[in-house]
Design a binder for this molecule. Structure first.
Ligand code: MOS
Length: 719
């Protein structure tokens, strides 16, 4: 079963609407509906909030503001406990970002709640805010660590000296805007109390974190919080933790003693959920004439907020990408009065590689060296900062296989030298690399006497295919037909996992399930006979000796406890290639085709993995050409905070996309030899497109996304 491109087991239920998402569920009877009212200023205080008219409006059941909300656990925006931290709402009269919820109105219907929210009168004492990174960049400070505990800085040798002595140097500054994860299903929660127990149906990536966060916020024991996120419509980091809607639903349901549901509107997902921070990135490269890197530097300054410290690990991937004796990476944060930062798909690599891989392309250009050849010359033999070998680093194979499939040899090294009518054609490429995480995970597998199998874990399926692949892993390990396996996920009470995030979900849970199957077989046959076990043998044995069925439990340790994480530098790898056409008249960039070749260990299901891969690649296109928050410098609001104006690629923007996995098995990763794929496709893809634009036009755009107006003045035939 492993390696089969089978269809998603939940596919039909999703396209027919039978799969119910949190906001659609009615497990507890008819729910009241909450609507969050957002602040109309970015910084200041509420001086007066008049809820009288809202309270008298038809069908209104409850209005919550900072004046009457129940006491909650304190916010600790810098706690390393991450996704399990308290997330209090309506903490005070203080406003720290535009769109911060200032009230919740609960009514019988959504329309009544929303209409009543419009009757609330709020007066503010507005303070002057700082909204743009560039004009406040001098306020930058060094955070204690970057995200997931990664070091803030790293230094080896003397970069300044390498820059002074090298015959060829690059010193460029790139900027990337804030990005938003916008899953099709917005953040939503249905809450109901039964006695002292809170039951929620929510859109979440991690079950255990949500339970802890709600318990800490509501000041109850974690065991009293029961979470179910059976179907989730996308996450991309935005559902790693609960947000305001879940806390509001729980508070209101407790107050009203009836079920309450709250969803964020699409516009609220642009404010009440975190953003990928805006960055200013300086990349320095020092090279010999034959293209050996003598020094590399990556300095990142990103927006932060006082409320929440999120330091995207933007510079960390530079630590493992290329060999060079002199090295410097630094993360700095500039607190602004904007929405808070959070993980957005491929946190770190996505914006970091846009800058780094653009700079490396520029170096190749200045050296007169092929970009693939330059990268191969600087391929490290081991991790240059950790001094341990890489796990399964097949980067050079990805470069070569990608170049072959793409037809890289047709590229002209001279920018703006290929013209077809009104269009300039260019080819570009970039490296892809992404950290491979591992978290402590458990799973239980049970076989009944009739041979049916149930897999259980609190792992989530956020649309990626977890239900499908865990069934494949169990069917393979137990040699039973796939249709005999049922997978139960995403509920408290099931064996704990770190859920879906950071591309860790599939590898963590598949290995735990695999081990649970091994444990089950060992119970039935004794360890000695496991290897020779057959389906018939297993079912016969169970029917004969275990009439009540048999269970096996399996687990995977977290990376802190896994010697492979000390002894190897764990990543996935790849290379992206792109061809673009740029109109000399309008400056419009059209992607023509794209090829990515990746090494991500063993692939359980080529169909679901491929979807992840090309989804990531399309996100990479987006980061190069489309996406970015426009923040009003006067008011601090996101001007384009909806899906009409926050541009992402549509089908017509993606004419041809080929995402390929090398046949791989990473024996340093885990027993199944697999790694994550959800974020790898994003990595490097944006830079490949930026580099193709440079090859097409000779114009290097330093400010992402690359839009027409930034290119136009540099194009031949335009002044
Ligand atoms: Mo991911 S951005 O860690 O869900």
């Amino acid at each position: 079963m492993i390696g089969q491109a089978i269809n998603r087991v939940d596919g039909i239920s999703k396209v027919t609407g039978a799969a119910q998402y949190a906001y659609e569920r009615d497990d507890f009877g008819r729910a009241a509906v909450g609507f969050m009212l957002a602040a109309g200023i970015a910084k200041g205080r509420i001086t007066r909030i008049d809820t009288g008219a809202a309270e008298r409006a038809p069908a209104v059941l409850l209005v919550l503001t900072h004046a009457n909300v129940a006491r909650q656990g304190p916010r600790n925006g810098s706690s390393p406990e991450g996704f399990g931290r308290a997330w209090p709402v309506l903490e005070s009269d203080r406003i720290t970002f535009f769109g911060q919820p200032v009230a919740l109105v609960v009514a019988e219907t959504f329309e009544e709640a929303r209409a009543a929210a419009g009757l609330i009168e709020v007066s503010y004492a507005t303070e002057r805010g700082a909204f743009d990174l560039a004009s406040h960049a001098d306020r930058a400070y060094a955070p204690r660590t970057a995200n997931v505990g990664l070091a803030t800085d790293s230094t080896l040798g003397d970069l300044e000296r390498a820059m002074a002595e090298a015959p060829v140097t690059i010193d460029h500054t790139y900027t990337t805007p804030a990005h938003f994860a916008q899953p099709m299903e917005p953040q939503a929660c249905l809450a109901h109390w039964i006695g002292d127990n809170l039951h929620i149906r929510a859109a979440l990536q991690i079950i255990g974190g949500a339970r802890l966060a709600l318990a800490r916020t509501l000041r109850i024991a974690p065991e009293r919080v029961h979470v179910d996120a059976r179907f989730v419509g996308g996450g991309f980091g935005s559902k790693l933790r609960i947000h305001e809607e879940a806390v509001f639903a729980a508070l209101a349901a407790r107050e009203l003693r009836r079920p309450v549901k709250v969803a964020q509107t699409r516009r609220q997902v642009f404010t009440t959920v975190g953003r990928r921070p805006e960055t200013i990135q300086r990349v320095r490269l020092a090279a010999s004439r034959d293209g050996r890197l003598m020094g590399i530097g990556h300095d990142v300054n990103m927006q932060g907020t006082e409320r929440e410290l999120f330091v995207e690990q933007t510079a960390t991937i530079m630590r493992s990408l290329y060999a060079a004796p002199n090295r410097l990476t630094r993360h700095r944060v500039t607190n602004l009065d904007v929405g808070f930062g959070e993980a957005v798909r491929a946190p770190g690599e996505a914006p970091g590689l846009l800058a780094v891989e653009s700079a490396v392309d520029q170096l190749a250009h200045e050296l007169g060296l092929d970009p693939v050849e330059l990268r191969i010359r600087n391929e490290p033999e081991q991790d240059p900062e950790k001094n341990v070998p890489f796990n399964g680093r097949r980067m050079v194979e990805c470069y070569r296989e990608g170049a072959r499939r793409f037809g890289w040899s047709a590229r002209s090294a001279v920018p703006a030298s290929r013209r077809e009518g009104d269009e300039l054609i260019g080819l570009g490429m970039a490296a892809a690399i992404r950290m491979h995480f591992q978290g402590a995970t458990r799973a239980v597998v049970r076989m009944e006497r009739d041979g049916s199998v149930i897999v259980r874990s609190d792992m989530t399926d956020i649309g990626t295919g977890t239900y499908t692949i865990l069934g494949q892993v169990a069917a393979e390990a137990l040699s039973v037909p796939y249709r005999m396996v049922t997978v139960e996920l995403a509920r408290t009470g099931l064996p704990p996992s770190p859920g879906s995030g950071g591309s860790w979900g599939a590898a963590n849970s598949s290995n735990a399930v695999h081990r649970a199957c091994e444990a089950l077989k060992a119970k039935v046959f004794g360890t000695a006979h496991v290897a020779g076990a057959t389906t018939a043998g297993l079912v016969d044995e169970i029917a004969r000796r275990f009439p009540e069925g048999v269970e096996g439990e399996g687990s995977l340790v977290g990376m802190a406890d896994d010697p492979n994480y000390k002894n190897y530098s764990q990543h996935t790898y790849g290379a992206s290639f792109a061809e673009v056409a740029v109109s000399v008249t309008t400056g419009e960039v059209r992607l023509r085709r794209m090829v990515g070749v990746f090494a991500a260990g063993r692939i359980i299901n080529p169909k679901t993995a491929h979807s992840q891969l090309i989804g990531g690649m399309i996100w990479g296109v987006s980061s190069a050409l489309h996406e970015g928050a426009h923040v009003d410098p006067r008011y601090g609001n996101v001007v384009n905070g909806d899906l009409a104006e926050y541009l992402v690629p549509v089908h017509a923007d993606i004419p041809s996309i080929e995402g390929v996995f090398l046949d791989d098995f990473d024996d340093k990763a885990n027993p199944l030899g697999m790694k994550g794929v959800g974020e790898l496709g994003v990595c490097g893809t944006g830079a490949a497109i930026a580099n193709a634009v440079f090859n097409a036009t000779g114009v290097r755009v330093f400010d992402f996304p690359i839009t027409s107006e930034k290119l136009l003045s540099g194009l031949p035939g335009n002044v």
